[in-house]
Design a protein around this ligand. Structure first.
Ligand code: BJW
Length: 294
């Protein structure tokens, strides 16, 4: 893609702004090889049922299926690298006095690109916790994989998983090695068990029907209401309450900019829509706004 012409008013607004808030969604990590949820053909919900995997009910009904799926996704993230879009957002933070980065993403690619104080509205893959006593649980380095030969039955796996927990607790990976896996299918891994209360460890993400973390949500909605420029990147803006942040910013008088290659419900309401992938568009916006040589 060649250099885009950006509306002058957008560049002027960004240059003048002392308060900028950025909201990101799965599209920002797409160019790092992390699948989005709702994109046709490549989105996670094209292949997997959201209600079978991303609800508290799903975890209650089939914990091994859900934990295995999240371990597969955690493996993808561990192998991925931040892309130019993540890096552009981190650069933006160094130019703006009051900058807030809000993400719906559960990966850590913003942090690895250099962003700090990221508000994770939907939790983080790397922060599982006990569903009973809510103590945080530390993953061993790498990904706990199944032995060669395929799926484990949950009853057969119990001792092995308890052994895995003991190894995790002592900081050493299972069998001296944690391997990553490529296949999300047929991969059932019973979740670890909390060594303190005996309840299941659950993925550290926010499922449908669950509340967002209160402090992050309050900080995010404050930042939306008090910014001069609100940048919404790589989200379909279909999931509430995160999707309402753009309108909050507009209602408070901000210039709202959307970066997305595809149409969204925000097209009619934002001040500017810039069509294209965030890994291309964001570096161009940052370079033009702060005169950074390419
Ligand atoms: C590119 C690109 C490139 C591609 N560059 N762009 C009000 C009205 C209606 C419903 C509700 C409501 N309030 C609450 C609800 C219910 C529900 C909800 O919103 N449902 C709707 C789907 C209808 N919300 C909730 O349940 C939330 N909780 C809540 O509100 O609590 C209060 C409450 C409790 C009980 C009852 C009622 C209220 C919690 C939502 C949690 C969402 N969780 C997930 C899973 C997280 C864990 C995991 O990762 O598995 O979060 S769902 C999934 O969607 C994930 C994402 O963060 C989230 C948003 O997706 P995102 O990021 O927008 O991705 P996509 O795939 O949708 O879009 C990607 C975009 O990128 C596309 O536009 C592409 O074009 C673009 N793109 N390549 C830039 N290179």
């Amino acid at each position: 893609m060649t250099q885009q012409e950006f509306p002058l008013n957008l560049i002027t607004a960004l240059r003048a702004a002392t308060r900028v808030t950025v909201l990101t969604g799965a599209g920002v990590s797409a160019e790092s090889g992390i699948p989005t949820f709702r994109d046709k053909q490549t989105g996670l919900w094209e292949k997997f049922g959201a209600t079978e995997l991303a609800t508290p009910y799903a975890f209650e009904r089939d914990p091994a299926l859900v934990w295995g799926w999240y371990e597969w996704r955690r493996g993808l993230v561990l192998k991925a690298q931040p892309n130019a879009g993540h890096r552009a957002i981190a650069t933006m933070q160094t130019h703006v006095p009051h900058f807030t980065l809000i993400t719906q993403n559960v990966d850590d690619l913003h942090e690895r690109a250099g962003s700090c104080d990221v508000l994770h509205l939907h939790g983080e893959l790397s922060r599982p916790y006990c569903e009973g006593c809510r103590r945080p649980y530390s993953h061993a380095d790498g990904i706990l994989d199944l032995p060669a030969g395929g799926a484990l039955r949950q009853d057969v796996a119990t001792d092995e998983v308890r052994e895995a927990n003991r190894s995790h607790a002592s900081g050493s990976p299972v069998s001296g090695e944690c391997r990553s896996t490529n296949s999300p299918t047929g991969r059932r891994i019973p979740p670890p068990i909390c060594t303190v209360c005996g309840a299941k460890i659950r993925p550290g993400v926010v499922w449908f029907g669950e509340s967002l973390p209160q402090v992050q949500w309050n900080t995010a909605s404050d930042a939306a209401r008090h910014c001069e420029v609100f940048l919404c990147c790589g989200t379909s803006a279909l999931v509430q309450p995160a999707a309402s942040l753009t309108q909050m910013a507009l209602d408070a008088g901000a210039t709202a900019v959307q970066v997305n290659p595809n149409p969204t419900d925000l097209d009619g309401s934002v001040t500017f829509t810039i069509k294209g992938p965030s890994g291309i568009i964001l570096p161009q916006i940052v370079a033009e706004t702060w005169n950074i040589p390419k």
